[in-house]
Ligand binder design. Structure first.
Ligand code: NAP
Length: 241
């Protein structure tokens, strides 16, 4: 039994650590981040070349099953894996960490809608945490942005007034509280990523009465099987026999 583990998340690394070397796995990373945190065991890096490339790669590598443990917003990779596995009848599961309860957050469907909300509500000092690719939606905004991302956004996508912090989670409550206070933030923009690694900003915002604009998750492909936790993913793999 040889398993492709689509990764790029803490859960994927935890799952690799649970399975390797007992199970024959190969983890896959997109290759977006320089010096990525690597899972244990064999790793391949880079896109597959779309649906056709993925289909071919799965055949060439004699893969028997796919666990998609990509980030909940990696919708293209998730759609490709679901489609190909359905076509060639490979067992396939999505490890989908539970979303955060948005609570009082303003829930929006996209980065563009988040930028419109910032303008409409008149927020002036915004903590923008939607990642490098989410920044361009805010490039014409008049607000000031504290932008936190793992790798630097393309300068052409940056809003006029901003400060950039390059860092990688996990983040702790005290640090997030300090950041929001220090920069007099009046709104936090976040994806509904779920998980514990980056949720401290929500708790800090709640404690300070700072507004939260939360981008809702893209829907999963229809009919995919999902599990919520690394433990359940291990069980799913064990049940493959
Ligand atoms: P995406 O938009 O769903 O995927 C775009 C393309 O990148 C895919 O079509 C595929 O290229 C390639 N790709 C994505 N994930 C891959 C993987 N694990 N292994 C090999 N190729 C992959 O993905 P994304 O949102 O840019 O995310 C890229 C990676 O960063 C993922 O591994 C994800 O888990 C991680 N990540 C994403 C976010 C986020 O907010 N989106 C946050 C944290 C981590 P081909 O079509 O050429 O196969």
């Amino acid at each position: 039994m040889r398993i492709l583990l689509l990764g790029g998340t803490a859960e994927a690394r935890a799952l690799a650590a649970e399975l390797h070397p007992r199970v024959d796995i190969v983890s896959s990373l997109a290759g977006r981040v320089p010096e990525p945190a690597l899972p244990v065991g064999p790793v391949r890096i880079g896109g597959f070349g779309g649906i056709d490339g993925l289909r071919q790669w799965l055949r060439d590598e004699h893969i028997d099953a796919v666990v998609d443990a990509t980030h909940p917003f990696a919708a293209t990779m998730t759609a490709h894996a679901a489609q190909v596995c359905d076509e060639i009848r490979l067992p396939h599961v999505v490890l989908a960490r539970p979303p955060w309860d948005p609570g009082d957050a303003i829930v929006v469907a996209s980065d563009v809608e988040a930028a419109e909300t910032v303008a409409r509500q008149g927020y002036q000092r915004v903590f923008l945490t939607t990642g490098r690719s989410g920044v361009h939606a805010f490039r014409n905004s008049d607000a000031w942005f504290l932008i936190r991302a793992v790798t630097a956004p393309d300068p052409a996508t940056l809003p006029r007034r901003h400060q950039l912090i390059l860092s990688r989670g996990p983040y702790r409550y005290d640090g997030e509280l300090h950041l929001l206070k220090e920069h007099r933030i009046d709104a936090v923009v976040t994806k509904n990523s779920g998980g514990d690694m980056t949720r401290a900003k929500l708790d800090a915002a709640a404690a300070l009465g700072v507004s939260v604009i939360m981008v809702a998750r893209p829907p999963l492909p229809p009919r995919v099987q999902t599990v919520d936790t690394v433990y359940e993913a291990v069980q799913w793999v064990a049940a493959l026999g």
